[in-house]
Structure formats: C-alpha cells, structure tokens
Design a protein around this ligand. Structure first.
Ligand SMILES: NC(=O)C1=CN([C@@H]2O[C@H](COP(=O)(O)OP(=O)(O)OC[C@H]3O[C@@H](n4cnc5c(N)ncnc54)[C@H](O)[C@@H]3O)[C@@H](O)[C@H]2O)C=CC1
Length: 493
C-alpha cells in the first residue's frame, strides 16, 4: 500500500456556527475505517437530540441573514466556494479515497463535478424569479420564489462529498440553510465542505454537519423546525424518511437504489457499447445507484460483445486506490463485501451455465482490505436474484434478447426506475426506446456521465424529486402568489 498511514484526520467532526465542535450530547462512538486497508482512521461521536437541535437552531439563525440577500450576492459566495474546492481538489480527493475506497482518479472527477455543481447554481441564483400575471381591470398578480427554511440533507457513503454538494448547492442558491448528516462510514470530507463554505463567506451556521447514524437521522427528520428533507440511500430507509416527513408535512426528495437496464442493439458501434457497459457497471467498484447492471445484448452480437467486454474487464487495474493507475479500489467495508459475495454465490447456484469472465473474489491487497475484482455474469435470465436485486458491487449481468419490443418490456419489468441506456446507430430506434423506458435518467450511446446541468432522479421505487439542473430549484423553493387589487372591492354581501 502507499502512504495512507500517515494521513491525519482533524477532529472534531461535527460543524456548527462556523466551527468544528464536539457534539453536546455525543452518545456512542464508532470507528471510521479506511476501506483499502481496514485501518481505523477516526472516531465518530454520534450526535444526540440536543446537538441536532443546536445545529438546526444555528441554521435557523443563519437562514434569517442569508435569505435576505439578493441572488447575485449569494452567487458570489457560492462561486468563491467553488473556486476553493477547485484549488483544493487533490487534497479533498485524497480524503475521499482514503475514507471511501474509490480510486483517486475517480475521486478527482467527483470533486470536479462538485465544484461544477456549485458554479452552476451560483449562475442560476441571480435569475431565480417569479412571474407577473395581468388580471382584469388593471389588477395583477405576481409570484415570488421563496426559500423553504432549514433543509436537511442525509447522505450515502458512495459519493460523500459530491452528494453534499448536489444537495447544498441548489439549497443555498435558493436562500435556504442546511444541516447535513453524512453516512457514518464516510464522515470526513463533508466537514471540509463546511469549512470551505465558511471560508467563502456564508453566514455562520448556514451549513452545519451533524455526525451519526440512524438515531441522529431520525432526530433530524422529526425536528419541527426542519422544512425539507433530501435523502440519498436505500429504498427501505427512504420509506422510513417519508413516513417521518409525513408526520410534519415536510417535502422530501428521495434518491434511492436502482437496477437499471442498458440495451445494446446489434447495430451499435461495438467499442462504444463495450465502453458504455464498463462505465455503467464498474465506477466506484459498482457502488453506484444508477448503474446499468442489467446489460441486454441483442443475440447477433452477444458473442462478439461478451468476448470484448471480458477482455477489457480483465485489464481493469484493481488495488491500492491511491495509486494513479488504479481504476477499482475497495468496497466500502467487509460486511458489504460479504453481501456482494453472497449475491455472487447465489448466482452461481441459480444457473449452472454462468460464464465467469474474471474472478479474484476476496481481498486484492491485504487481509483487511475489501477489494473485489469485477465480475461478468453471462447467459443470465430475468428471474435470477442477481438480475432482480441491487447488488451495489462490481457485478455485470449480461442478458441476451431478440427484438425491440421484447427488450423494452423486460427492461421495464422491475420495481426500480432510476436510469436506463440504449446503444444503437438507428436514431429513431434510440429515441423510441428511451421514450418507452420507465426511468428518470436515460442515456443514448453513453452511460453514467453526470453533467450538473441535467436533472437527475428516479421513477417508481427509485424515488422522486430531482437533483441538478434547473429542476432542482423546484425542490428547494416554494412559490408565493400575490394578488393585487387596483380597483374597489366588490363585496357579495
Ligand atoms: N441511491 C443511492 O445513491 C444509494 C443507494 N444505496 C443503497 O443503499 C444500500 C445501503 O447503503 P447505506 O448507506 O447503508 O444506506 P442507508 O439507506 O442505510 O443509509 C443512508 C443514510 O441514511 C441514514 N439513515 C439510515 N437509517 C435512517 C433512518 N431511519 N432515519 C434517518 N436516517 C437514516 C444513514 O445513516 C445514512 O446517512 C446500498 O447497498 C445500496 O443498495 C446506497 C448508497 C447510495
């Protein structure tokens, strides 16, 4: 391994009123691991109800100041935060790699997408506006786009810094404050984001971080002064978040799991289709919600595609995520590795003729690492567990198909609806197929690129609400209608 053992993580990990703080009522403490080595890199003190309340009150006070600024004033601060992130890109990416296990190459891309997200919403902040509507007799109405108040962000462990930016950038651009709770597995980089916001000039308390797990998340969701919850994570937790939000009539954005289809027609440019399938499956060791893990390949090119994808997968460099040429690092932790390997074992049992392209299952670098080589499952059928359930690991299932009609029906036969992709040279077919896919984020002739200008979010059990793009503004603001009478009041009484 390279030199991660020397990296010092600053404590404490909560952030409130513009500074790192110890939680007032820190309950139990949890170890935070470096997935690639199994080394304990930090201790996490889980915040209790009092600390959550302090963070919300601090955000409430900052909201009063921030929400009164003009969009242009907010824009300048967000642009400065984007600039600092860009300047500290490598350092933040290193934190992310050590705490998450993804390759440094990918972590740098995540950080780039993060500052781009801040720049994008800084650009929109100055033009957030309502409309003017003419009414009879010279009367008129107008709408004001107003912030919601204190928004809560609850993040997953696969994109810790990027998720925090995808939530905070539109929230802050609209004039809200945010209290963010990262996953207890990846608490480190979000605190850096909080420091950067302060350095950029947001009022103290505008972006606070509370650390903890389920209980801390529940205190946040139940807090009466919280106006909105934006959640990224699993479907079962999404259900619980919605239940808690329902009690307080709080709007929610849910970015949940997926089991997305990638459809490769026989007229595709084979090299592009293979590249697309790799992009759709192996980023962040396969721990990506929108991955196209059900790869439907038209039978005419099944052999050629499989041969090429096998060749390319075998060349993926798995190992120490801090090395420049590594492309797949370690899964988040041992229990998750065990879960992924459980799916693989079951797949082997369910179908005797599964084609295994590469298999080095188990630790790639040290006994405490959770690295796993990429796996390809050929000749899969729709009823296999590995084809139905989200594995969240580097496992691609290849499913042969014959006709367009058949593949669209099979692609949609899932409770999820986060993403989908199609590779073909036939422009009409491409648009016809994506129009028929029941998924929120569709790709034609590419997969898993994340331009911040495009809205992202799911259909069906993959959630609702949108992140990124102009659409996210709708989810972090509310519309006030003002009706103005220019004449006398005609009473019916
Ligand atoms: N849609 C996506 O982007 C992601 C989906 N997932 C899916 O979720 C699975 C498990 O990943 P986890 O991070 O363990 O997901 P999770 O849903 O258990 O946790 C996500 C976040 O919610 C918090 N949380 C958990 N229970 C809560 C509750 N009752 N109230 C409030 N907050 C709560 C967690 O502390 C964490 O910050 C993955 O295997 C994958 O299938 C995971 C990460 C991202």
């Amino acid at each position: 391994m390279s030199t991660t053992g020397t990296f010092v993580f600053q404590q404490p990990l909560n952030y409130r009123d513009g500074a790192r703080v110890q939680p007032l009522d820190g309950g139990h403490s949890e170890d935070v691991y470096e997935p690639a080595t199994g080394r304990v890199i930090s201790k996490l003190l889980c915040s209790g109800e009092k600390e959550v309340d302090l963070a919300v009150q601090s955000a409430k006070a900052a909201f009063k100041v921030w929400s009164q600024l003009s969009g242009m004033e907010r824009s300048r601060v967000l642009l400065e935060a984007a600039r600092i992130i860009r300047e500290q890109r490598d350092e933040i990416a290193t934190l992310e790699t050590i705490n998450n296990g993804k390759s440094i190459f990918e972590a740098r891309v995540d950080i780039d997408i993060s500052w781009q997200c801040l720049e994008y919403y800084a650009g929109l902040a100055g033009s957030l506006a309502g409309e003017h509507i003419q009414l009879p007799g010279g009367s008129f109405g107008y709408t004001r786009r107003e912030p919601l108040g204190v928004c809560v962000g609850i993040g997953a462990w696969n994109y810790p810094f990027q998720i925090a930016c995808w939530k905070s950038a539109p929230a802050l651009a609209c004039g809200n404050a945010m209290v963010f709770k990262p996953s207890p597995f990846t608490p480190i980089s979000v605190v850096r984001l909080a420091e950067i916001f302060t350095e950029a000039g947001v009022p103290k308390g505008l972006f606070n971080v509370v650390q903890g797990g389920v209980a801390t998340g529940q205190f946040l969701c139940h807090h009466p002064d919280v106006a909105k919850i934006s959640f990224t994570g699993s479907v079962p937790t999404g259900v619980k978040i919605m239940e808690m939000a329902a009690k307080g009539i709080k709007p929610v954005t849910l970015e949940l799991g997926g089991k997305s289809p990638l459809i490769i027609f026989s007229d595709s440019v084979l090299e592009n289709a293979v590249n697309g399938a790799l992009m759709a499956n192996f980023l962040t060791q396969g721990e990506v919600c929108c991955n196209g893990t059900r790869v439907f390949v038209q039978r005419e090119i099944l052999d050629a595609f499989t041969k090429e994808v096998v060749k390319r997968t075998q060349k993926i460099k798995v190992g120490d995520p801090l090395l420049e040429d590594t492309r797949m690092g370690a899964l988040i932790n041992r229990p998750h590795l065990d879960r992924v390997q459980g799916f693989i074992k079951q797949a082997k049992e369910q179908v005797g003729k599964v084609v295994w392209a590469s298999e080095c299952g188990g630790p790639a670098s040290s006994s405490s690492s959770s690295s796993l080589c990429a796996l390809l499952l050929g000749n899969c059928t729709d009823d296999m567990t590995c084809v139905k359930e989200e594995i969240f690991g580097p496992v691609m299932s290849i499913l042969p198909f014959d006709t367009e009609e058949e593949v669209v029906e099979r692609a949609n036969n899932t409770k999820f609806g986060l993403a989908g992709g199609v590779f073909t040279r036939d422009i009409q077919k491409a648009h016809r197929v994506v129009a028929a896919l029941k998924a929120g984020m569709c790709f034609i002739n590419n997969y898993n690129i994340s331009p911040v200008e495009l809205p992202f979010g799911g259909y069906k059990s993959s959630g609702f609400g949108r992140e990124n793009g102009r659409a996210a503004i709708e989810y972090y603001s509310q519309l006030k209608t003002v009706c103005v009478e220019m004449g006398d009041v005609e009473s019916v009484f």
